[in-house]
Design a protein around this ligand. Structure first.
Ligand code: NAI
Length: 699
């Protein structure tokens, strides 16, 4: 049942019932249209109420139908809204909880709207790179006034119903119900009271105008330009709302449709819709059913109060879950706790956290030097030094001590999780929880599934990730997991580019212009170049034949670890973070280039971007092929939420799809002929080659 019609005396009530948020999918639209027809044909019915069952009036389009023919099959949303307008008996929307996108647009086609307090009202289409496409841009200004309507449409943010009801002159709500519980009863009474009023009021007949006219829209355009430089949709919202003030209603509707359809085909909208779906898909694991029984996580222990341990702990404290941190020495504990306090205090100072909340959070935190005190934790997360020997001791100790059914997690960023699990007699309880630095800020959490990790453990940590507001992506066991394994190839290309003639600032600028938050060299200086150095040293032993530029090692040999040492790829002034191009580094790069006998050449920004990004793509394709990542969208989520990949490009794999895989392969073949690059690496991954040959895409 997707919508049900019941007659209450002389009022027909159509109740949307398409969980979770009454999305306006095909079957639901059919059922609503039928309900309206039947009510119109029934002589006993004098008025019609539309409302939603459960947690929403309607959340808008049904995301399960995104991109399928069902999404636009008749009656499409526009036709359904017309059916409401054309009803010969008054139609009243009873709005509670959520009225968003198409849901709000449907209500705007009704003759009257009654809202319960606390309802979230929004036109969020801009967040998918679109504008509202079923009259939102033409009707909302007519009921709210141009300015508040445009603010809602450009931001896509929800506004509470009671706030909107207070806007002077608003006609969005004819009445506020006194409570969500009494909404239906009050709406039925209202419907009865207006049953005989004619003509039926239509939003389309109201005027839309702004007292400042053109000047206002000029101002709005300038505002929007500054806000959304990589996205076309916000400016189009202004155009569409302006049209509501200048064109006849039906012409405005046609204009809205034209813009909506054009935006549908922009790479930016495709990227945003892809990420919206990818985020939802990433939380699902094919062989772990949604109803898998989960373990209870009521308290957590963290081992190591360093950079990561402190940040990791904060996530749980923020979610109200008690944490005990264990360290080897009191000084280390004191230092770790001081950092946590400093972080919270700066949030309090900036008005982001209330003092009492801060105190509540700190009250959930305990510290200890003794394993005895953590043995009853439901989940323990190890964040000690990145050395197998140290991890071995920790996991052997945990194995002998932790209660049955405790989950034992490691935050290792590169070590073999299967080996770590094998240090215990309970490898099914071991999982990788790879947080990113700063762990209290970064959204990404790579959940590393070992060969033996239990399904219930996977289900538990995936839902725990949601609780602590992380975007969890599952990775199989491989050196560097999804994100760092790919970044190695990106960094290698950055090094080769220096050897061939580029400067660090040229490489950084080119990729930042592409949209990355930070180029590879500025990033290295921020994260600490010594971290990569240590990893390269280990990998050099495991993979002695791997080609890479030695420039980064030479930099580290000079002690230039980055911002923390006041010098790295760039120079830094004390207390400042501005990257100043360094003469010393430039000379070092030139000398190294000469020692390799390379004649420098001028490298175009386009080549820089392609080599860095396609390196990610080729390694990503291998990761996909090996089953390390389940979906191309998972890889894109990793790069968007963990590595600053530009959102408007939708992640490396979607970007490759948009460029065209044939073109990507073609470029790789060209790079393979470069004598100073790694020809073997540029052999396209078999999956990539196959998709390109078949004219297919990753997504
Ligand atoms: P860190 O050096 O800042 O902190 C490690 C802490 O562990 C130190 O406070 C140390 O006293 C403590 N420790 C060492 N051995 C211990 C033991 N046996 N028992 C109790 N405490 C012990 O290191 P960081 O950066 O926090 O890294 C920790 C782990 O997180 C490593 O496995 C690292 O690869 C991983 N990681 C680091 C990231 C980063 O950006 N720093 C990002 C993601 C993961």
């Amino acid at each position: 049942m997707t919508a049900e019609t019941k007659v209450h005396g002389d009022v027909a009530v159509i109740t949307l019932n398409n969980p979770p948020v009454n999305g306006l999918g095909y079957a639901t639209r059919v059922a609503i249209a039928e309900g309206i027809d039947r009510a119109n044909a029934d002589p006993a019915v004098k008025a019609i109420v539309i409302t939603g069952a459960g947690k929403a009036f309607s959340g808008g389009a049904d995301i399960k139908e995104f991109g399928s023919p069902k999404a636009t099959a008749e009656p499409n949303l526009l036709s359904l809204i017309l059916a409401c307008e054309n009803s010969t008996k008054p139609v009243v929307a009873a709005i509670h909880s959520v009225a968003m996108g198409g849901g709000l647009e449907l209500s705007l086609g009704c003759h009257y709207r009654i809202a319960a307090p606390g309802a979230n009202i929004a036109l969020p289409e801009v967040k998918l790179g679109l504008i509202p496409g079923a009259g939102g841009t033409q009707r909302l200004p007519r009921v709210l006034g141009v300015e508040p309507a445009l603010n809602m449409i450009v931001s896509g943010e929800p506004v509470k119903s009671e706030m909107l009801a207070q806007l002077p002159g608003q006609k969005l709500f004819d009445k506020m119900a006194s409570s969500p519980e009494s909404l239906l009863e009050e709406t039925i009474a209202f419907a009865r009271s207006v049953a005989d009023v004619r003509p039926l009021p239509l939003v389309r007949n109201l005027p839309s105008k702004h007292p400042q006219g053109d000047a206002y829209f000029q101002f709005a355009r300038n505002m929007v330009k500054g806000m959304a430089k990589n996205f076309p949709a916000p400016a189009k919202c202004v155009d569409a709302v302006e049209a509501s003030t200048k064109k006849k209603f039906d012409e405005g509707m046609g204009y809205e449709r034209e813009i909506f359809t054009a935006l549908m085909f922009t790479p930016e909208s495709r990227a945003l819709r892809h990420l919206f779906m990818a985020e939802r898909a990433a939380s699902k694991i094919a062989d772990v059913p949604e109803d898998t029984k989960q373990r209870q996580i009521s308290n957590v222990a963290v081992i190591g109060a360093g950079t990561m341990g402190g940040g990791i702990s904060m996530n749980f404290l923020n979610a109200g879950i008690p944490v005990t941190i264990l360290e080897m020495k009191q000084e280390a504990l004191d230092r770790g706790i001081a950092t946590i306090r400093k972080n919270y205090e700066s949030q309090v100072k900036r008005g982001k956290l209330k003092q009492d909340k801060y105190e509540q959070r700190m009250a959930l935190l305990k510290t200890t030097l003794s394993y005895e005190e953590i043995k009853d934790a439901d989940l323990v997360i190890e964040a000690v030094f990145e050395e197998m020997g140290v991890k071995q001791k920790v996991f052997e100790t945990l194995d002998g001590l932790m209660k049955k059914d405790a989950i034992l997690a490691s935050n290792t960023s590169t070590l073999d999780l299967n080996k770590i699990a094998a240090f215990t007699k309970r490898p099914g309880d071991v999982v990788g929880l790879h947080f990113f630095s700063p762990a209290n800020v970064m959204k990404l959490l790579e959940v590393v599934r070992g060969d033996k990790t239990g399904k219930d453990v996977m289900a538990t940590v995936m839902s725990l990730a949601k609780k602590i507001k992380k975007t969890a992506v599952v990775s199989g066991v491989t050196d560097g997991f999804i994100g760092n394994r790919m970044i190695e190839q990106y960094s290698r290309q950055a090094g080769f580019l220096l050897d061939e003639g580029a400067t660090p600032q040229q490489v950084d600028k080119a990729i930042e212009k592409f949209g990355f938050a930070m180029g590879p060299f500025r990033m290295g200086d921020l994260a600490g170049n010594d971290i990569g150095w240590a990893i390269r040293k280990r990998r050099a032993q495991e993979r002695p034949n791997m080609l890479y530029s030695r420039t980064a090692d030479k930099l580290c040999e000079l002690g230039r670890f980055g911002q923390k040492t006041g010098a790295g790829w760039y120079d830094y002034q004390a207390g400042k973070r501005d990257a100043i191009p360094s003469k010393l580094v430039e000379d070092m790069v030139v000398q190294h280039r000469e020692s390799l006998g390379i004649t420098p050449r001028k490298i175009a920004d386009e080549e820089i971007v392609q080599r860095l990004v396609f390196a990610l793509v080729n390694e990503g394709a291998r990761i996909l092929e090996e089953g390390i990542a389940a979906r191309a969208g998972d890889i894109d989520m990793v790069y968007i939420t963990g590595y600053g990949f530009p959102i408007h490009r939708g992640g490396p794999m979607l970007y490759a799809d948009q460029v065209g895989l044939f073109n990507v392969v073609h470029a790789m073949k060209r790079f393979a002929t470069n004598p100073h690059d790694d020809a073997k690496f540029w052999e396209p991954a078999p999956l990539l080659l196959k998709l390109a040959q078949e004219g297919k895409t990753f997504n």
